[in-house]
Design a protein around this ligand. Structure first.
Ligand code: AMP
Ligand code: ZN
Length: 137
């Protein structure tokens, strides 16, 4: 299997590592959206959320949370942090090994997610909630 993040986890490819434990690795993104932008990945390969072990997902989030705290309160002095995960091409996923983006934010840094909020009725929201609820496994 050809996976750039598996190559990083195994040491076959270079990375600027911020954290490593038995299950998770965190390293700097090579094309950062803001200074300090990094990625947290499970060491066990999962191409997307559907095949991600929930324990690995929890470990990835815990490391992301810990790094976000360091970014906010350590020398990076971020004013805020965005966590972002793209699952699927339509969501913007380009590397098919699950990764959590940790993006330090400062006022006016130019980074943002574009969106057009809509104003659905409560009936429509309840209907959509029911559809999603019935498909939970
Ligand atoms: P996504 O669009 O969520 O799949 O994001 C993939 C991210 O991986 C992008 O932000 C890339 O800059 C980053 N990336 C790709 N290759 C590498 C690499 N070798 N080391 C670090 N980051 C990488
Ligand atoms: Zn992989």
């Amino acid at each position: 299997m050809n996976c750039i993040f598996c190559d990083i986890v195994s040491g076959r490819s270079d990375a600027s590592v911020v954290h490593e434990d038995d299950d998770v690795m965190a390293f700097m993104d090579i094309r950062p959206w803001t200074s300090g932008h990094l990625l947290v990945v499970p060491k066990r390969h999962a191409s997307g959320l559907a095949d991600l072990d929930p324990g690995d997902g929890a470990a990835v989030f815990a490391v992301g949370q810990r790094i976000a705290t360091a970014l906010r309160h350590g020398p990076m002095r971020a004013q805020g942090v965005n966590l972002f995960l793209a699952d699927g091409i339509a969501a913007g996923q380009e590397v098919f090994h699950v990764h959590l983006h940790v993006v330090p934010r400062t006022a006016g840094d130019g980074f943002g997610l574009r969106g057009m909020p809509k104003s659905p009725s409560r009936v429509a929201l309840d209907q959509t909630a029911g559809v999603i609820r019935s498909s939970l496994t």
